[in-house]
Structure formats: C-alpha cells, structure tokens
Design a protein around this ligand. Structure first.
Ligand SMILES: *Cc1c(COP(=O)(O)O)cnc(C)c1O
Length: 384
C-alpha cells in the first residue's frame, strides 16, 4: 500500500463507508433508531446510545467529509446556518468577529435577528482587501469568517493572507467553502483553521436535503465545544438526511467538474452578449479575483452572476423567459437555476437590481446557452 492518500474521486466512494458487517450489503442501511441496547453490565460497547448524541449514518458522513476536506474531524449539523449559529454560540458578550461585507445574507439575518441582543461586536469588511482585515482585528477578535467565492458577486478572498492575519491576532480563521466544495478548493492548505459547508448545495447535490458541516483541521477546544453544541443544542441531521448526503457525495467530483466547465462556457457566452452589462465569474480573466482564483482553486465552480442592461424589470423579464433554467433560489443541484437575487435578499440587500444569479446544473451546456440566448432576446432588442 502506498502512503499517498487516495484521490478525491476514490475518497468520495469509499471514505467513511464499509460493507455492512451483519449482511454484507454494499450500501449502508439507514439506522432509523433513536436508541441502542446496552450490554448486561450497563455499558455501550458498540459506541452508540442515543441518536441525538451519535448515529451510525451521521458518523459515516462525518468520517467521509473529514477525509474529503483533509481535516481531523467533521461535525454535521441540520443546516449550514446551524453551523454558523453553533459558532456564534461559542462567543461571550463583547467578543469580536470579522465578517465579509458581502457574507451570505442568511448569516447577516442570524446575527441581526437571532443574536441581536447578545452584544457581539461585528466588523463587516471587504475581505478581498487583507489590509482592511488587518485593521479590523483587535485583542477581543475570536474568529475571522471568510466566504470564497462569495455570493452573489463571486468575489475571491486570499485565504492564505487572511489565515495569517487571524493567526497573528490569536483568532480562529473560518472559511465557508460552500461554492467551491473540497473538489475545487482546499482551505486547510492555506492555513485556515475551520471549514464550513452548507451540504444542502453541491455536497448533497440533488436539491433534496438541507444540511451543514464544520470540519476542523486539528483537534481544539473550540472543535470540542462545537461537538457539544451539536449533541446538546441538538441541531442534528436525521439518519436519512445523512444517508442522502452520502449518496450525493459519490458523484461530487464528477458533478462539480462538469458544472464548472459548463459555467465557464456560459460566462464566456454572456460576456460577449450585447444585452449583458457585466458578468461575475472568477474564471474570466477580467474578474478582479481571477489571479487568486487561479492560485487557490482547481476550477472556478458552477456559480455565476450577471447584470443585464436596464434595471429590475429587465432582469425579471429574462428570468421569466427562460425555459430550461428554473426560477428558484439555492444552488449546487442537478437542475440549472436562475434567480433575481435582490428580491430574495430583501430590503437590506446590497445586490444590484439588474443582477441575475445562475447555478449551473448538469443539463447539456448548449441547451443552457440556447435557453439564455432566447431569454435575453427581448432585452437585446431594446439595446441593439
Ligand atoms: C446556503 C448557504 C448557507 C446556508 O446554508 P443552509 O444549509 O441553507 O442553512 C451558508 N453559506 C453559503 C455560501 C450558502 O450558499
């Protein structure tokens, strides 16, 4: 056996999995049980007692995700935002955190509408400018949150630079790597301490399960705290959710590669289109984060955004006219989605009203290009 760890395609099929020891079943059963039998002496020799604290499907998912990301331990939650909430729960009043000004809008709502009275000191900064992060950190800074590529403008954060600033400040660096997945980006290689994914998106990959995970590069008191938060605050994923996510992971590398290749083709098409004002895709050389993305990512992902000429009405008109794309929020599934981002984000949104976000699925890319071409026609006629 070689010492080299298996490649990600192999890990996606095998990590955390084994044939079922009692039947030889290739695919793990779903352990729909809340409780587990004790031995006569009162012990739990098989390691399971109650499904909030541990469940075989959850254990398999955590082992698989830790291996995919190259970390020590993964803690699975019932949603991506439950991971963020668990991290905020680890703070005490007066603690300071640094968060990107374009952080996932749900994270802002969580801070504002759930933890608003907790007296947490938050600095929102432009994470693409490490100097702003260096200026923002203080002795009370507990963590620096990054999200790259970001949502919806696909901005790229230099993970090595931010991890170094956090380390020097004695703070934990966190990367929400949902858009990139472990296939395209390895935050631990750049010094990041904790990686977060909304597994709702690419990792489960079929728009049928909501989940989240936090992965630690090393064991730490914070990671232990987050494990306790999972077990005793109780935002745990169900055995079926874990099983579905494991099923999705088998094809994660294949899906993400195809989606990235299709997104690049579509970004190039939109970039040349007369009805399009601007395209946001880190794979385009004109994108402000392209050079860092080339260094930090393997491909550029399946997400892109673009602004049409005009305003909200023109953007809505394009979204109304497409037929292969579905008008829906979320991302990372097999179906291509189109979304008018400002209207889902609500009144606090900083997203331009003429911006549409695309999640590229697994349909034939030429069908997707044709669909966008016909969707853009009414707007192009105005601008010819
Ligand atoms: C969707 C998303 C989240 C939130 O995850 P949920 O599973 O919806 O709770 C967090 N970060 C990013 C980048 C996301 O896209």
């Amino acid at each position: 056996m070689s010492k080299r760890p298996p490649h990600i395609e192999t890990l996606a099929i095998h990590a955390g999995r084994s044939t079922d020891p009692s039947t030889g079943a290739l695919v793990a059963p779903i352990y729909l049980t809340t409780t587990f039998e004790r031995d006569a002496d009162g012990s739990y020799p098989r390691g399971y007692s109650y499904s909030r604290t541990e469940n075989p499907n959850r254990g398999q998912l955590e082992a698989c995700l830790a291996a995919l990301e190259g970390g020590r331990e993964a803690v699975a939650f019932s949603s991506g935002l439950a991971v963020a909430a668990a991290l905020i729960h680890s703070l005490t009043p007066g603690d300071h955190i640094v968060v990107p000004s374009d952080v996932y809008h749900g994270f802002r709502k969580l801070l504002d509408q759930v933890f608003g009275a907790w007296n947490i000191d938050v600095s929102f900064v432009d994470m693409t400018d490490p100097a702003q992060v260096a200026d923002a950190v203080k002795p009370t800074t507990r963590f620096v949150w990054t999200e790259t590529p970001s949502n919806p403008s696909l901005r790229i954060t230099d993970l090595a630079a931010i991890a170094e600033i956090a380390r020097k400040a004695g703070a934990v660096s966190v990367c929400d790597s949902t858009f990139a997945t472990p296939v395209l980006q390895r935050p631990f290689d750049f010094g990041i301490d904790l990686v977060v994914h909304s597994t709702t998106k690419y990792i489960s990959g079929h728009s049928d399960v909501v989940g989240g995970v936090l992965i630690g590069k090393e064991f730490s008191p914070l990671l232990e705290h987050l494990r306790r938060s999972q077990q005793f605050a109780g935002a745990v994923p169900s055995p079926f959710d874990c099983w579905l996510t494991m099923r999705g992971i088998e094809t994660l590398p294949l899906r993400v590669r195809t989606q990235s290749d299709s997104a690049l083709r579509i970004a190039n098409f939109l970039n040349e289109h007369p009805a399009v004002e601007r395209v946001y895709y880190p794979g385009l050389p004109s994108h402000s984060g392209h050079a860092i993305a080339v260094r930090q990512m393997v491909r550029f992902g399946g997400m892109l955004s673009f602004q049409v000429h005009g305003g909200a009405a023109e953007a809505m008109q394009v979204a109304a006219a497409v037929q292969v794309f579905t008008r829906a929020t979320s991302l990372g599934g097999t179906h291509s989605l189109i979304e008018h981002r400002a209207s889902i984000e609500g009144p606090l949104s900083r997203t331009p009203p003429n911006l549409l976000r695309l999640s590229i699925g697994l349909e034939n890319v030429e069908d997707l290009v044709e669909d966008l071409e016909s969707g853009l026609k009414p707007v192009s006629n105005k601008w010819d």
